[in-house]
Design a protein around this ligand. Sequence first.
Ligand SMILES: [Fe+2]
Length: 135
Amino acid sequence: MKSFEWDDKYDVGVRRFNEQHMQLIKILNEVYVAMNDKQDKLAVAQILNNLLAYSKQHLVEEEACLKENKYPDYINHKNLHENFINKLTQFCNDFRSDKFSLHFEIAVFLKNWITNHIMIVDKEYTDFLHSKGIY
Ligand SMILES: [Fe+2]
């Protein structure tokens, strides 16, 4: 598994959210490292939990900003976040209860979701938030 780094293509035009996305990528890389090093299950589970906690915090903040500014696609955007949180919660639970040993699949899912969401769905709010003076 290759780690991945912040890139300009992830720039959503809002500094606060870029910083939070950088932090998400940082924790995701910690998941990669823990899996690659075959760190014990408890360590991997702990990092997955950190990723879940930080994702919740970030997504709630993003949703609050979109709602406050009456973003037209707010409901759909919020639903996509909720689906992700549900899936990640399921992964965390399965991992803890030994049902899950497919490390690679978790890592690929997380990477694809996070990068696609940022590059496709989040970028749709850039012009809208800029029009509200939010950079
Ligand atoms: Fe989002």
